[in-house]
Write a protein that binds this ligand. Structure first.
Ligand SMILES: Cc1cc2nc3c(=O)[nH]c(=O)nc-3n(C[C@H](O)[C@H](O)[C@H](O)COP(=O)(O)O)c2cc1C
Length: 342
């Protein structure tokens, strides 16, 4: 079975990529991902905000120290503890590129134009094969217009594209009012790949302590539905590669994403839960499913259930389907007229 695929010009042996996660925080982790069968690795994100915070905290201690008693000098962070900025991240990329034979994709989350541009250049110089822009940005300012939010994505993409020569992927939010058009315009603006979708931080409320519970949870299988829909809609309509991200916990979700039209499928939660070795299980099961159905290559199946390739997409992917789904729900029997005893 030829599982090879092209992801924004990178030739991959198969479509399963290790998504950005803490598993790539060490060289050992990165090597383990490769040994476990990842066809490429997206590094955990370099956060400009984190670097700034570390610098500010260090400057604060140093400045406060100049006005304090001499003996308090012991409490100050020593100069060798000075924040290293992006150095450790960039060094890790350098080592990962040397130690592996698969593409290493840097991941960047900036906050200023300079940050996006400078760090993107440095990630390229460190040897990354591509960059993924993690535009994690929650517009909680309710005065901010949707056009302003969208423009931010274009500005970041254009600035980074102008600064580097390696391919640039952009990880999208699922929360645009016209997701398809946004994807089309990002494609036109030069995105080499679209990663659908980012998983936003959504805090819960802890009722026992009446506090915000900031814990993040791993994804669940049902989360594939939204990326699946948009990949099926976009397949064949944009030049950029399509990366599916979210909700893969078995080969079933991978196969669905490929049939919808994904070039690659990214996995994070399933590896956090079962360990990196699970990559091999996912790959073998995908291979077996396709072989058992008489396929010889990924290219034969990619997109066969996309919107453009199925009979009457209006019925299957849009309004009529919506109405049918609502009508298909069975009401629980014996429910009407009963008073709640609670
Ligand atoms: C613990 C954890 C850390 C993550 N860190 C990052 C990150 O640094 N940058 C990023 O773009 N995505 C990050 N992600 C998001 C994943 O790359 C992925 O897009 C998301 O989890 C959906 O895929 P999944 O269902 O396979 O987990 C993280 C996910 C998890 C679970």
């Amino acid at each position: 079975m030829d599982l090879s695929t092209d992801y924004m010009g990178l030739k991959l042996k198969h479509p399963i990529i290790a998504s950005s996660s803490p598993l790539s925080e060490t060289l050992e982790g990165i090597k383990l991902l490769e040994d476990s069968g990842a066809s490429a690795i997206v590094m955990f994100s370099l956060f400009e905000e984190k670097i700034r915070r570390e610098n500010e905290a260090f400057d604060y201690f140093i400045e406060t120290g100049t006005e304090s008693f001499a003996e308090s000098i012991n409490y100050f962070p020593s100069i060798d503890k000075a924040p290293k900025g992006p150095d450790s991240y960039l060094n890790l990329i350098r080592k990962a590129v040397q130690a592996t034979d698969i593409p290493i994709i840097g991941s960047l989350n900036g906050i200023t134009d300079k940050g996006w541009i400078d760090y993107a250049k440095q990630i390229q110089e460190a040897g990354a094969s591509a960059i993924e822009l993690n535009v994690f940005f929650l517009p909680t300012d309710i005065d901010m217009l949707s056009s302003t939010v969208e423009q931010r994505y274009f500005d970041i993409l254009k600035a980074v594209k102008a600064a580097v020569a390696i391919p640039v992927a952009i990880k999208l939010s699922p929360f645009f009012s016209a997701t398809g058009n946004m994807a089309k315009r990002l494609d036109e603006a030069g995105a080499d790949a679209l990663v659908l979708f980012n998983r936003f931080y959504q805090p819960d409320i802890d009722l026992d302590n009446l506090k915000i519970d900031p814990r993040a949870e791993l994804s669940t299988i049902s989360e594939i539905r939204l990326p699946l829909l948009w990949i099926a809609v976009l397949y064949g309509h944009i030049k950029a590669s399509l990366a599916a991200s979210r909700g893969v916990h078995s080969s079933t979700e991978i196969i669905k994403y490929l049939l919808a039209g994904a070039d690659v499928v990214m996995v994070a939660s399933v590896l956090m839960k079962n360990g990196p070795h699970y990559l091999n299980v996912l790959k073998n099961e995908t291979d077996q499913w396709l072989t058992a159905r008489g396929y010889h290559s990924l290219a034969e199946v990619r997109g066969i259930l996309s919107r453009q390739n199925i009979w009457d997409p209006g019925v299957l992917y849009e309004r009529v389907n919506y109405i049918k789904v609502l009508e298909s729900f069975e009401k629980p029997s014996g429910w009407y007229g009963k008073q709640s005893k609670v």
